[in-house]
Ligand binder design. Structure first.
Ligand SMILES: Cc1ncc(COP(=O)(O)O)c(C=O)c1O
Length: 487
């Protein structure tokens, strides 16, 4: 083939008509601004239409389709049936709502499209800056290290891998057979299931995750923890890690973190804290006592996409000892070796601190958001959510047909409709039905949990768009639906 012919057939995936794509891009941006600006006016949830669902059961496209048409399909078939965690009355699971500026940052990151893995380029420095700020926010020492990952689940697993490999230096090479007995992890019975999954994934096995009983406020019982460690040692097992919870998923309880740090020190165990959302109040001076244990941990996980309201998905893992962190993940290979100069130079590769080699530029939206708002604004928003949780709890307490099912130490409120004289099993059925109707009628999206066998409607408030009036709606509509169901 001669060069002339090749020049005529070579193509790229860039548009042939840039001006048309620019115009479409501007429309997309305007549409998304409009979408976010008017989110309060829409129902909290709409079931994906049959047409929309069927549109995702099509053959693999063979031929090109016009970009505007593709966008049209997104606009009519995807966008209207969102998860809607952008909505002011979304309090399901623990999900943040993102921000318009975060959306723009994601666009910039995607346009730059760097692989933030290794090399001498600014995205590497942006992530390093975010890690430095994360350390400051959480009171970790300057010598600590960290990494941005997709969520607290992966952050927890990353920390567990570091803890495991640090426990016995042969594990990295020889696997768990290097260890003469069974390694054991401890965490309260309220610990998030991603930790148990992590214990499975790192080869310890979930049977060896000891679920320590909790007190009436769902905090780990330190006396029970000590007893379990003692019994394991007597049985010849090898305790190696304690998990502390800053904000449990069910009720937002925080374990006595300082006491756990003391046990870990006495017993010479790794101390990890899952602070997916509950570590964030560390930025509030009034939480300095309750969250004091955070800076004592060997490792900490927290999400930026939950209570820091950054757009999905981004979380952070911090490790107190940078060398231990690096030892757990670094593998020397020729094709990733750093050079003295050129693009292959630059800062230490992030692949030395985690599992992923290819990594997107999620640091950009964190960096831009932290600068856009400043930490004082975040503190204000977190305080607002804390006030809203107390407001909702008080509305529940004051209503004779509602029952608060747990204390509200943070931002999670668990309650049920209970006008009296109805069995627990029937109340479970009624409250589940109330929840489904709250969603189906597009009113509000709390989620649910079981507390001591009682079905709880559960509002986890990590929403910067909620106002007090939204909680009035939740309570009023819960009572209306409950009364309709028992009528
Ligand atoms: C306490 C806690 N830990 C871990 C997780 C998992 O976080 P992610 O969904 O970001 O992986 C959650 C999620 O809600 C959580 O509440």
């Amino acid at each position: 083939m001669n060069k002339e012919t090749v020049l005529n057939v070579e193509k790229s995936l860039d548009p042939e008509d840039w001006s048309a794509l620019k115009e479409l891009g501007h429309r997309m941006l305007d549409d998304m601004f409009e979408y976010l600006q008017t989110v309060r006016d829409r129902p909290i949830w709409a079931k994906p239409s049959n047409f929309a669902v069927a549109s995702m059961n099509q053959p693999l496209p063979k031929l090109p389709q016009d970009a505007a048409e593709v966008y049209g399909e997104f606009f009519t078939q995807v966008l209207p049936f969102n998860n809607n965690n952008t909505h002011p009355r979304f309090w399901a699971w623990v999900q943040g709502g993102g921000t318009p500026f975060g959306m723009l940052a994601d666009m910039l990151a995607s346009g730059m499209n760097p692989n933030v893995s290794l090399g001498d380029h600014m995205p590497m420095h942006v992530e390093s800056q975010v890690i430095e700020w994360s350390k400051k926010m959480m009171g970790f020492p300057d010598s600590a290290s960290g990494l941005l990952v997709s969520g607290a689940s992966i952050a927890n697993i990353t920390a567990l891998i570091v803890a495991r490999n640090h426990f016995n230096k042969d594990i990295k090479k020889k696997g768990l057979r290097a260890v003469p007995a069974q390694m054991i992890v401890y965490g309260s019975a309220e610990t998030h299931n991603c930790v148990a999954k992590g214990v499975e994934v790192i080869g310890i096995g979930s049977d060896n995750f000891r679920k320590v009983p909790v007190d009436e406020q769902y905090r780990v019982r330190v006396d029970e923890l000590r007893r379990m460690i003692r019994e394991d040692r007597e049985a010849g097992n090898l305790p190696f890690c304690i998990i502390g919870n800053a904000g449990t998923v069910n009720t937002g309880s925080t374990d006595p973190l300082e006491e756990l740090a003391a046990v870990a020190k006495e017993e010479n165990l790794w101390y990890h804290i899952d602070g997916a959302f509950g570590a964030i109040p560390k930025i509030l001076p009034e939480f300095s006592k309750q969250l004091k244990g955070i800076e004592l941990a060997d490792s900490l996980s927290f999400d930026y996409h939950k209570w820091m309201y950054v757009n999905y998905e981004v979380a952070c893992v911090l490790i107190r000892d940078k060398n231990v962190h690096r030892e757990a993940f670094s593998v020397a290979v020729n094709y990733l070796a750093m050079h003295e100069r050129g693009l292959s130079g630059g800062p230490d590769s992030f692949t030395n601190y985690g599992m992923e080699l290819s990594r997107g530029f999620k640091a950009l939206k964190v960096w831009m958001s932290l600068k856009e708002n400043g930490i004082l604004k975040y503190a204000e928003m977190v305080r607002q959510n804390l006030r809203q949780a107390q407001y909702l709890a008080e509305l529940v307490r004051q209503n004779t047909t509602l029952e608060l099912l747990a204390d509200v130490p943070l931002n999670i409120v668990c309650y049920r409709f209970n006008p009296g004289g109805i069995s627990d099993s029937e109340l479970n059925r009624i409250n589940k039905e109330i929840l489904m109707r709250l969603h189906e009628e597009g009113i509000a999206a709390p989620s649910y949990t079981l507390l001591n066998g009682k079905y709880a409607i559960r509002a986890a408030i990590t929403n910067h768009r909620s106002r007090l009036e939204d909680f009035d709606v939740l309570v009023k509509e819960t009572v209306r639906l409950g009364n309709e169901l028992i009528a």
